[in-house]
Design a protein around this ligand. Structure first.
Ligand code: SF4
Length: 422
């Protein structure tokens, strides 16, 4: 077999991008806490917010009720401007009580939200004040507010806040950026070791305190397409982003790994030899789903920012037909390779005007619509088959070994639809 890029991964012309700025229907950035607290067990997330925020977190991560909690909400009730001074004092009191009770917390994130009382609070300043008072703890802040962030942007804001804490260093290293499940991290670690690439560090790693050195020698691969701000602050530290598609599917992962191999001077023959068995296994896993997915139309509503890479994966590796690919934000530089690999003429939309998009879904009647939880039920009631975008964030989908599982996520609702029709 050959590990060369197939015809399908040859760039097409860049698509025209429609921009919509209307009503949005998407989770806020607080949602990221659900996977970030699992990734960094020594970090604690204190949401400075309202009862709505507490409710969102409890329902999104209800399972945590049974575990030692690693996030909480400091409820800020309605109050007038005159009460702002007490707000700072109240925050200090909550943080002090928390850190006294839980000395094992090494990094505390104060997470901002949307209530106007919280917006008036200067959280970065509060974090610095609290940090000065407790030099043994690291206290940082970022915004997960629904006004400023959607869904996966919470992770971007969190990681961007963490970058300045990392030690500087200019030794040659590869940094994989974006929260990945531990199992996927282990697989990539083995693969890069086989290729002779190293040292390899992951950001975030399994500890919020053990941060990788970042400097001019650091070359980084984004594992997630929604880390625009994180990439910006890494580049400001002198790190270099390696241009690559994202590691979804056999071809996407091969191209992603190849970008690192080239940067680290790994011979193409060696790369092909190492990657071949992984890539073959991934292709066999994908083949099992091809019959159900090939030729089927798919519409992506804007949600996780994974839309463009996933549309590329589904079209290039499984023959699906993207009717329209909508994404909350389009980082054209980070997605350049992905956009070029979409089938020519694929409509791409940045932003949302939810009613207009729903009308286009109804007109197109795609075989599958990927959307948020709130839109799925009404569309199902109209006889359309949907896939919840949030599952794509909570399921391991990166890399060779997960390629089949990723395809399965799209095949399953179509299988269910076919069964119901019979
Ligand atoms: S941050 Fe804003 S959008 Fe998110 S749960 Fe709290 S109030 Fe709602």
């Amino acid at each position: 077999m050959s590990a060369a890029a197939p015809e399908r991964l040859r760039p097409a012309s860049l698509p025209q991008v429609r921009r919509e700025r209307g009503q949005r229907e998407v989770f806020c950035g607080l949602t990221g806490i659900v996977w970030l607290h699992r990734k960094m067990p020594d970090a604690f997330f204190l949401v400075v917010g309202s009862r709505t925020c507490a409710h969102l977190l409890q329902s999104a991560a209800g399972v945590m009720i049974f575990a030692e909690p690693r996030f909480a909400t400091a409820i800020i009730e309605e109050r007038d401007l005159a009460g702002l001074a007490d707000l700072d004092a109240e925050l200090d009191r909550v943080v002090t009580r928390l850190l006294d009770r839980r000395p094992e917390i090494r990094t505390l994130f104060l997470v901002g939200s949307c209530p106007s009382e919280v917006i008036k609070l200067d959280l970065p300043r509060a974090a610095r004040r609290l940090q000065d008072a407790r030099p043994g703890s690291r206290i940082l802040s970022y915004s997960g507010s629904g006004i400023e962030t959607t869904f996966t942007e919470g992770e971007d804001a969190c990681l961007a806040a963490l970058v300045p804490q990392a030690p500087t260093g200019d030794v040659s290293s590869l940094l994989i950026v974006g929260a990945l499940p531990d199992i996927v991290e282990d697989q990539f670690e083995r693969l890069f070791a086989e290729l002779g690439i190293g040292p390899v560090r992951f950001f975030p790693g399994r500890s919020a305190t053990d941060l990788p050195p970042i400097g001019p020698g650091t070359r980084f691969l984004l594992a997630q397409p929604f880390l625009g701000e994180t990439a910006r602050v890494l580049e400001a530290r002198g790190a270099e982003r390696l241009e690559a598609p994202f590691p979804f599917g056999a071809e996407g992962t091969t191209a992603w790994v190849r970008a690192a191999a080239r940067a680290f001077g790994v011979d193409e023959m060696h790369l092909r030899q190492v990657v071949a068995p992984y890539r073959e296994r991934a292709k066999r896993a994908l083949e099992r789903h091809r019959a159900r997915l090939e030729g089927k139309t798919i519409f992506f509503m804007p949600d996780s920012q994974l839309e463009v890479p996933l549309a590329r994966f589904l079209s290039a590796e499984l023959g699906m037909v993207p009717v329209e690919v909508c994404t909350p934000f389009l980082h054209t530089r980070h997605l350049a390779e992905e956009l070029a690999l979409l089938p020519a003429g694929t409509p791409v939309t940045e932003g949302q005007d939810v009613e207009a998009q729903l009308d286009r879904v109804r007109t197109a009647r795609p075989d599958l619509t990927v959307c948020g939880l709130g839109l799925a039920n009404p569309l199902e009631a109209e006889g359309l088959t949907t896939k919840w975008a949030i599952e794509l964030v909570f399921t391991p989908i990166h890399g060779f070994d997960q390629a089949g599982d990723l395809a399965e996520l799209f095949a399953r609702p179509l299988r269910r639809r076919d069964v119901l029709r019979v």
